[in-house]
Design a protein around this ligand. Structure first.
Ligand SMILES: Nc1nc2c(c(=O)[nH]1)N[C@H]1C(S)=C(S)[C@@H](COP(=O)(O)OP(=O)(O)OC[C@H]3O[C@@H](n4cnc5c(=O)[nH]c(N)nc54)[C@H](O)[C@@H]3O)O[C@H]1N2
Ligand SMILES: Nc1nc2c(c(=O)[nH]1)N[C@H]1C(S)=C(S)[C@@H](COP(=O)(O)OP(=O)(O)OC[C@H]3O[C@@H](n4cnc5c(=O)[nH]c(N)nc54)[C@H](O)[C@@H]3O)O[C@H]1N2
Ligand code: SF4
Ligand SMILES: [Mo]
Length: 733
């Protein structure tokens, strides 16, 4: 097969590949009423997979049928409450568009299509291709793009096979610049969940972080607790976000100018010596260089860049210093904005250092995970070449493989990678430019495998689509994250897998067996791995099946003492205000501000983010969440709306600076967005025809991101440098 056509899993490939209408009726209220009237319910533990916050929950079944999912009362991630999407997990199970059979691309009479095949045929086909790849080019030429807790199964498979090129969008499309910026400064990145001690904070500073719309369960609960406790909240956001509406100080910054604000804040704090001079002198390097660097960046200077009043900049700097160290400067999470992202994160890290909040009550607590031994397995073979050999040429400081670089290396005449395995990530909607790169890759690569639960956009590029069962039907690695209270949480099947869908661990192991990697899979069922690990820490799978979550005593303090310093993991062993690593690698050792490009005449900035009802591009087809928010709307300021001649309720098409057009999307006229920007919730505008509910609903921000502002330090894809204009469409009655 020379070239792969993008294939549509939909009505034409019906023939049993999708779960279908049989259980669609299950979503009707009558079905639940009947279930609730039936005999006693059974509870079993899960870890939510509707987003990656991983709240522990309980799955309630009656008569072997799914009834509801609730939060685990003992879980620090959920405090017993799941969010909208967590509760809506029921819809992930009953979604009639779920994939339930393996599919293979076939060509007949010059036409390509997907055909339902047996697991044996699908796995045999993949193994055959991977055997040949190992012999011809080498195992290191397999790349994987993965996400989520199940990713570990496939990372294990790929590394056992002989490649370490496993990338996730959680780095170069999400936390990469943040973690790099903090790592360069403190010698340590930030955790997930973020170690933000909000309930004890006297002042909270949010830069972008749109908590409330960004619905990371504990963050929202902690933010609410902080508000109740009377914390002062300072929110920096060009848009009047939900968080801004709860804040004493809203700084409606000109988009892309945050480094100017941060430098001016640092200027005020240094000029007025609002920091613990003795402590900062003893535990940092580069204090004098920083002081010289920020001398010119006065609030007056920053006012011209940011559009904020100089007095407001001064007052907020003094406020955060007065509450320190109980000042929780949120490090952000999705930090791939303007291409200066590692430097913006560095500026935030420097401010955090001056405020002395790392390891302090009301700032960043010191997180701790359970010391859980790894299941004993043989060492992985050393790959002939590493992901670093590919990425380092451009981004020597990237801590993890950069997804866009991996995809780029799947294209071209003689691509480095020859096969691609994709698990739990919808690349065309999550990595800017991925649709084009996948199209190019599909005529070069020898194999593309997609493992998904539904026929998302990414599956159309695959040779083989493997149906994973939902998180409610499978075991995954124990949740063990660094946090306030070390604890383990169990995801175990509450229901049998529907159709022929299979858990990720099973798929990875079966492939491993066919690739001769038996010694890397010495167990028969993944539950054996979990049970073994649990027994090392005095528990067992039986116990966890009953209790779901188990807390362990902390072995290290939650906070550091008032004058206590920590062992910083930087080259100097101190907090590096002036970064020695950046200096050595030829980057600016102190953050430098560069003004963003202004919108071209007639264009508005494309701003995007979250809504509480949906996660990324994974939930729009979920029947429960679809009902709550079936499509996104484009926010536009009344002045801009007048200019474009549109009103709330009109449908428009967004056209970007390169002429790319969005799907039709409804207008919402609101003063909550600036006159120079529009706002879209990410994840809508699906084009995959197999997503019967979500396809064609709303606009896709990713499709409009043809101008990518790559961060030269981390390699991350800055997504905010795009502009759109509006073209009117007829409004729907
Ligand atoms: N344009 C734009 N791009 C972005 C962002 C943005 O706001 N705008 N946000 C960025 C951020 S912060 C992040 S973290 C990333 C997230 O990026 P992704 O991880 O790619 O997230 P999704 O878009 O939700 O894609 C998830 C895919 O996994 C599938 N899936 C869902 N559940 C399961 C499961 O249990 N098993 C398997 N095998 N598959 C499953 C879904 O059907 C879908 O195809 O996106 C980044 N990209
Ligand atoms: N409901 C829901 N919640 C989620 C997710 C989800 O899919 N759905 N995904 C989760 C994940 S993985 C992530 S990474 C997070 C992402 O959520 P965050 O980390 O909070 O995302 P940000 O991009 O920091 O914040 C978006 C905000 O930045 C503002 N903004 C735009 N440009 C600028 C600017 O130049 N300067 C400043 N200061 N602000 C600007 C926007 O107006 C918007 O309010 O959300 C998490 N929570
Ligand atoms: S925050 Fe919501 S969607 Fe995310 S894991 Fe928790 S309950 Fe699930
Ligand atoms: Mo993210």
């Amino acid at each position: 097969m020379q070239r792969r056509d993008f294939l549509r899993i939909g009505a034409t490939v019906g023939s049993g590949a999708l779960l279908g209408g049989g259980v669609a009726g299950c979503t009707a209220p009558a079905y639940w009423q009947k279930l609730m009237a039936e005999g006693p319910s059974k509870r079993s533990p899960t870890v939510c997979n509707m987003c990656f916050w991983s709240c522990a929950g309980e799955v309630h079944t009656r008569d072997g049928k799914l009834w509801k999912i609730t939060g685990h009362p003992g879980d620090p991630h959920s405090e017993g409450r799941l969010c909208t999407r967590g509760t809506g997990g029921v819809g992930a199970y009953y979604d009639p568009n779920r994939l339930v059979k393996p599919l293979m691309r076939v060509e007949r009479g010059g036409r390509q299509s997907f055909e339902v095949v047996s697991w044996d045929a699908a796995l045999g086909f993949i193994a055959d291709k991977l055997h040949k790849l190992r012999d011809s080019h080498g195992a290191d030429r397999l790349a994987a793009m993965v996400h989520g807790p199940g990713a570990g199964h496939f990372e294990h498979l790929v590394r056992a096979y002989g490649s370490d090129s496993v990338a996730e969008p959680a780095f170069a499309q999400c936390r990469g610049p943040r973690d790099t910026g903090f790592f360069l400064t403190f010698g340590e990145g930030l955790a997930s969940p973020e170690q933000t001690d909000m309930p004890n904070a006297r002042c909270i500073v949010l830069i972008g972080s749109h908590i409330g719309e960004n619905l990371h369960n504990t963050q929202v609960q902690d933010f609410t607790a902080a508000l109740r406790n009377g914390a002062t909240v300072i929110t920096v956001d060009p848009r009047f976000s939900v968080a801004a509406s709860k804040s004493q100080y809203w700084l409606p910054i000109r988009p892309g100018t945050d480094i100017a604000l941060l430098l001016a804040w640092i200027h005020v704090i240094m000029a007025e010596q609002l920091y613990d001079v003795e402590m900062i002198r003893s535990e940092t390097t580069g204090l004098q260089q920083l002081s010289d660097h920020v001398a010119a960046f006065t609030p007056q200077w920053a006012a011209a860049e940011t559009g904020l009043e100089p007095e407001l900049i001064e007052r907020t700097a003094r406020l955060m210093a007065a509450s320190a160290p109980a000042t929780m400067l949120h490090p952000g999470r999705h930090s791939t904005w303007w291409g200066d992202d590692t430097q913006r994160s560095r500026a935030m890290a420097i401010l955090a250092a001056l405020l002395g909040i790392w390891g302090r009550k009301g700032g960043y607590y010191l997180p701790e995970a359970v010391r859980l031994p790894e299941y004993p397995l043989p060492e992985y073979p050393k790959p002939r070449s590493s992901w670093r050999d590919v990425t380092d040429k451009r981004f020597p400081l990237a801590a993890l493989p950069v997804s866009n670089v991996v995809l780029e290396n799947c294209t071209g005449k003689d691509p480095h990678y020859r096969a691609l395995l994709i698990y739990d990530t919808n690349l065309p909607m999550s990595v800017p430019g991925a649709r084009r790169l996948l199209q190019q890759a599909s005529s070069q690569l020898e194999l593309i495998v997609a493992i998904d639960v539904q026929p998302s956009e990414v599956t159309g590029f695959a040779d083989i689509v493997l149906p994973e069962c939902s998180y409610l039907e499978r075991h995954d690695p124990l949740r063990n994250e660094p946090e306030r209270e070390p604890c383990l949480a169990l995801r175990a099947p509450a229901l049998p897998a529907l159709g022929e869908s299979k858990p990720g661990w099973w798929i990875a192991r079966e492939l491993g067996m066919r690739l001769g990697l038996q010694r890397h899979f010495p167990w028969k069922h993944y539950s054996e791995v979990i049970d073994w690990q649990l027994r090392q820490v005095g528990s067992s799978l039986d116990e966890m099946q009953r209790i779901g979550i188990k807390k362990f005593p902390r072995t290290t303090p939650l906070y550091r003492g008032r004058r206590e310093s920590l062992a910083w993991g930087t080259p100097s062993g101190r907090i590096e205000l002036h970064s020695s690593i950046l200096a050595e690698a030829g980057y600016d050792p102190l953050p430098r501000y560069v003004a963003p490009q202004a919108p071209p005449q007639g264009f508005l900035r494309l701003n995007y983010g979250r809504a509480p009802q949906h996660s990324f591009s994974r939930t729009q087809n979920n029947p429960v969440l679809y009902q709550m928010m079936p499509e996104n709307v484009v926010w536009i300021h009344p002045d801009a709306a007048r200019r474009f001649g549109v009103e709330s309720g009109n449908y428009v098409v967004l056209v970007n600076q390169d002429g790319v057009r969005s799907n039709r999307v409804r207008v919402r006229v609101t003063e909550r967005t600036r006159p120079d920007s529009v706002w879209l919730v990410h994840g809508f505008g699906h084009t995959a025809p197999g997503l019967f509910l979500a396809r064609g609903r709303g606009a896709d921000d990713a499709g409009l991101m043809t101008r990518v502002l790559v961060d030269p330090i981390s390699g991350a894809t800055g997504m905010r440098g795009n502009f759109v204009t509006l073209q009117a469409e007829e409004s729907r009655a």
